[in-house]
Design a protein around this ligand. Sequence first.
Ligand code: ADE
Ligand code: ZN
Length: 363
Amino acid sequence: MTSGSPLAADPATDFGGTRHHGCMATDTPPCAELHLHIEGTLEVPMVLELAERNGIALPTPDAAALRRRYEFTDLQSFLDLYYENMAVLRTPEDFESLTAAYLRRAAAGGVMHAEIMFDPQAHLIRGVPLGAVVEGIAAALAAAEDELGVTTDLFAAFLRDRPAAEADAVLTELLALRAPIAGIGLDSAEVGHPPSLFVDLFARAGALGLHRIAHAGEEGPAVFVRDSLDLLHAERIDHGIRSVEDPALVERLVRDRVPLTVCPLSNVRLHAVPSLAEHPLPRMLAAGLNVCVNSDDPAYFGGYVDDNFAAVRDAFGLDADALATLAANSVDGAFASPARKDELREAIVQWRAGVSTRFSTNA
Ligand code: ADE
Ligand code: ZN
């Protein structure tokens, strides 16, 4: 492996086990990342390197040409490339490299706790055994706590544009493998694939004591957010930005402090919002919604969680208190232990104290 390899530890982000926020005040707060698809962290250099390692002929083997395909018109246009690029992920080592690279980069950006989704069906349907996927991801997650101080939870996300019976069979296989999952999620193409299709799957997960999260209100209507709560008993909503179209729903989400894992750069790149300036995040914050900031698929949308924080700070002139609120909301919405959540909250307080002078002189 060369030192410039995307599979190797990156010297620019390798802090040798010292957390970024343990040693310096930065522009963005420490936080939990609650909305992250591990397959969406597959950077172009790693696509090319894994293709070579696994002898896979890519449709677009040139880095610059591949990057030119990262102009998306909507969610489906992104999903087409996202699933295509996954072809290079084949062995446990591939999944371990992918996950370890994300965790190093996330830790450098202030992530202290990460709740990570993976798409088991996307790998099974192209012949990759589930055991290889889970083994690789789990190995990287286990190492992250010792090496980076990042705690994690893993979620199996089911593809809503595939049959519910298939999802049910995959859940059975995950249980047989004793996959270390904290819960299940629901992702992929939202429009035309309502929550009502997955009532039985989510009921089964609930009976097993698994946490339940669901994408809703990204491209789909506000009623999908309502139905994810009422029919799927989702504890957290991924995106949820279209909730703002329904004042009664907003009132309910505020009352019940339902976490909404907002992904600003994703929403811009997938044209879920016309521009960052028109993103509903400030309105959501002002309404008292439990919103936090996340990266979704950072290799595709122009940045990791710290980049998302920086983008909304600059677009909306958010001060340190607002950033600390977003970070605190991420902790409130996490499934980490109460003791771990206290550690994150303390780190946010320390960050807020450390940046107070500079932010106030900039104000
Ligand atoms: N899978 C990966 N990223 C996604 C997103 N933003 N929405 C739905 N499914 C996804
Ligand atoms: Zn997502």
